[in-house]
Design a protein around this ligand. Structure first.
Ligand SMILES: [Zn+2]
Length: 156
């Protein structure tokens, strides 16, 4: 709880206008699969993109270069573990990694499993849809377990 309050106040301090709130400071923004003091991995509920995960920093920071090198590396280890877990479980044609933050300037990475028959392939998921998209699902519990094992293996 104290942690949440700290995140919240960081967010308000960092924003130019305190009118709108930062949704990534304000909520988990998905089903939490894994977390530590630095960041969390959440599973997004997206009908077209099962397995769509976000790795979200637990602080309101805007750019990767706002972090020191060790912290950057730690964050990317979590991003790569998420990629690896999704590859193992879903065998996608491609993984898309993206960090945009134009709408929400709170550091987060999208980790998106892509398939040749998905709604937008080979375009980005933010492009014009090309087809209805083949139905697919993800076993959230298995993903959680896989992530936990991978991240335990890389922990210092
Ligand atoms: Zn924030």
């Amino acid at each position: 709880m104290i942690h949440d309050i700290r995140r919240w106040s960081n967010c308000l301090e960092m924003k130019d206008s305190a009118v709108d709130l930062c949704e990534l400071c304000d909520s988990a923004a998905g089903e939490t699969l894994w977390q530590d003091d630095l960041c969390r991995v959440v599973l997004i509920e997206d009908r077209d993109y099962p397995g769509f995960c976000r790795v979200i920093l637990n602080r309101h920071v805007s750019e990767m270069t706002d972090l020191d090198a060790a912290t950057r590396q730690r964050l990317m280890r979590v991003v790569f573990a998420t990629e690896q877990a999704l590859r193992q479980l879903m065998r996608p044609a491609k993984i898309n990694l993206a960090s945009l933050g134009n709408m929400v300037a709170h550091l987060h990475w999208h980790v998106i499993p892509r398939f040749t028959d998905d709604r937008h392939f080979p375009g980005s998921i933010w492009s014009e849809a090309r087809r209805p998209g083949a139905p697919r699902s993800i076993d959230g519990a298995a993903l959680k377990q896989e992530l936990r094992e991978l991240l335990q293996a890389v922990a210092e």
